[in-house]
Design a protein around this ligand. Structure first.
Ligand code: PLP
Length: 418
């Protein structure tokens, strides 16, 4: 533990963030001659040195394609790839190793279910429920499937704080509902949705549930058996791992019954010109050469987080959230979107009548990296009758001083524009 001094609150004890920051080489740099304040973690997180070094070593010393070679390197790489699958299984507390499908990211994971589940179970006039706060990647794949099948998309609304209206959700469920697909944590508002309750409500009606865990997995412990969801999707690059790797967790029963999504090498058992039989799980859903080095990198990122402790991360990020909320809300003219009781450390805001691009551009010139715009949730912004926001999304390598710096920077912007 280390005592961390801040301008506004005096002393707050936190875990050793300075030591943690040393694990992330990219953070220790200047942009435009100013120290980098990286608040764009919702878009992608930075990588600890252990992930970078491991992946570099794998390319330099071990690279070989998996599952198909009889030689030393291929065997070694196959073992490491399959060990990564077990690490993900343990991280999610999945019942079986073969319930973990490696994909290239959340988008690919959701597309897999939308296509494959749709082919197996969805008929004309059936319904799929999503929420008003979904990322486009948990809307468009369902929309395309609904168009193909002549099915309908139904939408759970949220209140102005950014909390889903569970009573409205219950009203949407009927005998035509085939699946519920809901985001665990909103990337635009930070809301942590009650996914266990949402799942239980669907299950009372024998409806399976897909949870988009892209913005949850890096902030809190995930237990898919306890949550009891049927599918859970996330991307490696949001959890301090590499890009181009992601995970689809699916309960064995569904994955066994669903047809493959993509096809080609690696996903087959036997091919003739008349007929093809498919490989067992998980390979049935992993067509072509997988991103094996990415998968191993993801496993290392998960080891790294486990080493720090998800509880420590959550406690520290809560301090950042409380401190940031207290300080940002003292700024006259700042409107915060996403004030749910249960949320991650994410601040979505507009500053007076300044366009979010202008705020973001000015912050960038001061060294602060934030995201601006609709954050791939256009229907969510329709709720607030606006086009988007400035989004500062923080994680455990961010500091209270960086929040002070953001507040000072926003005051300067107000002086320039107002
Ligand atoms: N879902 C949510 C909530 C997200 O925040 C994102 C990315 O920002 C995605 C899905 C899509 O993730 P990816 O682009 O890594 O596939």
């Amino acid at each position: 533990m280390k005592i961390h001094k801040t301008k506004n609150t005096g002393q707050i004890s936190v875990f050793d963030v300075a030591k943690i920051r040393n694990d992330f080489p990219i953070l220790n740099q200047k942009v435009y001659g100013k120290p980098l304040v990286y608040f764009d973690n919702g878009a992608t997180t930075q990588k600890p040195k252990i992930v970078i070094d491991t992946m570099s070593k794998l390319f330099s010393e071990h690279n070989s394609n998996v599952h198909r070679g009889i030689h030393y390197l291929s065997g070694q790489m196959t073992d490491m790839y399959e060990l990564a699958r077990t690490k993900v299984q343990n991280y999610l507390n999945a019942r079986h190793n073969h319930e973990i499908i490696f994909t290239y990211g959340t988008t690919a994971s959701i597309n897999t279910v939308a296509y494959s589940f749709g082919e197996a179970y969805v008929k004309e006039n059936d319904e799929i429920i999503v929420s008003e706060m979904e990322h486009h990647s948990n809307i468009v794949p369902w929309q395309i499937m609904c168009t193909r099948k002549n099915a309908k998309l139904r939408v759970i609304p949220f209140n102005d704080k950014g909390e889903l209206l569970l009573n409205e959700y219950k009203k949407l469920i009927n005998s035509r509902t085939k699946l519920v697909a809901v985001v665990h944590v909103s990337n635009s508002l930070g809301t942590i949705n009650p996914v266990k309750e949402i799942t239980a409500i669907a299950h009372e009606n024998n409806i399976p549930v897909l949870i988009d865990g892209t913005q949850a997995i890096q902030h809190q412990k995930i237990d898919v058996q306890d949550m009891d969801c049927d599918f859970y999707a996330f991307s490696g690059h949001k959890i301090y791992g590499p890009t181009g790797i992601g995970v689809l967790y699916g309960k064995e029963r569904w994955l066994n019954e669903m047809p493959p999504y993509q096809s080609g090498g690696d996903m087959i058992d036997r091919v003739t010109f008349e007929h093809t039989s498919y490989a067992d799980l998980p390979f049935k859903f992993e067509a072509g050469t997988p991103n094996y080095i990415g998968a191993i990198g993801l496993g290392v990122a998960m080891d790294y987080l486990t080493g720090i402790g998800l509880d420590n991360i959550q406690n520290y990020e809560k301090k950042l959230l409380d401190y940031g909320t207290a300080n940002l809300t003292t700024l006259n003219g700042l409107k915060l979107y996403g004030t749910a009781k249960n949320k991650i450390c994410l601040f979505s805001f507009l500053l007076n009548n300044v366009h979010p691009y202008d705020t973001g551009t000015m912050l960038d010139k001061m060294g602060v990296a934030v995201r601006t715009g609709h954050h791939c949730t256009q229907p969510l912004w329709e709720h607030y009758k606006t086009e988007g926001s400035v989004r500062a999304s923080l994680v455990f390598y961010n500091t209270l001083e960086e929040i002070d710096f953001l507040c000072e920077a926003l005051k300067k912007i107000q002086k320039m524009f107002i």
